[in-house]
Every structure is written in C-alpha cells, then in structure tokens.
Design a protein. Structure first.
Length: 121
C-alpha cells in the first residue's frame, strides 16, 4: 500500500527529531517546524523555462537548458516547449524575467533594422 503524504511527513519529522537527538541538538527542536516549512518551500520552488522553436521540439537543447538553469539557480527547472513557425529557425528561451532570442527571425529583423538605418559618415 502506498503511504499518504501525511504518513511521509510524520516519518520525516520523526527522522529529523532523531537526528537532532543524535547530534545533541534537542534544544533546537522548537525551530524544527519553521525550518521544515522553509526547506519544503525551497524544495518546491520550480523555475519554468519556455523554449519556443519553429517545430515545438528543441531536441537536445531542452536538457542543456534545463541543466544550465538548474546549475545557475540551484532549483528544479520545468521546461515547456512551444511551436512558432514564424521563427524560421533557432529558438527563444524565456525564464523568469529573462528572454534569450537566438532565432533566425530575430537575426533577420535585426539585420533589416541595421541595414535600413542611415549612417552619417
């Protein structure tokens, strides 16, 4: 039979108390509820990264991005993939407030802007 979340929590608390006792730290047992809550919250924080490609399949790029963001932020990373045929090639990666655009569409738009700008010599 599969344990419930409550049963797992009770086991975790028992283990935490045993560790405090084994390390002579029973005087800190009163801090345990707050510390456990903080640790659970931190563990549950997940960063969502969205990879947009022309096909909606970023292939091996997906795992590379997940690994790099996990390394950078030290948190679990959830990767979603989206399709946007207007990109032509490349990808756009968004996470948090960040946006990294390495798409062909972006490069073409940037080149068009630079070429259409009049430069005075």
């Amino acid at each position: 039979m599969k344990p419930t979340a409550k049963q797992i929590a009770e086991i975790a608390v028992d283990s935490a108390f045993e560790l405090l006792e084994a390390n002579g730290m029973t005087d800190q047992a009163g801090d345990l509820p707050e510390l456990l809550c903080e640790a659970a919250k931190k563990r549950g924080e997940t960063i969502t990264a969205i990879i947009t490609t022309p096909t909606g399949d970023s292939g091996p790029l997906k795992e590379k991005i997940r690994a790099e963001l996990a390394k950078k932020y030290g948190k679990p990373i959830r990767v979603l993939e989206r399709k946007d045929e207007a990109l032509l090639g490349g990808a756009v990666v968004e996470y948090g407030d960040e946006r990294v655009d390495v798409s062909v569409r972006y490069a073409l738009d940037k080149a068009k802007t630079e070429l259409s700008t009049t430069h005075d010599s």
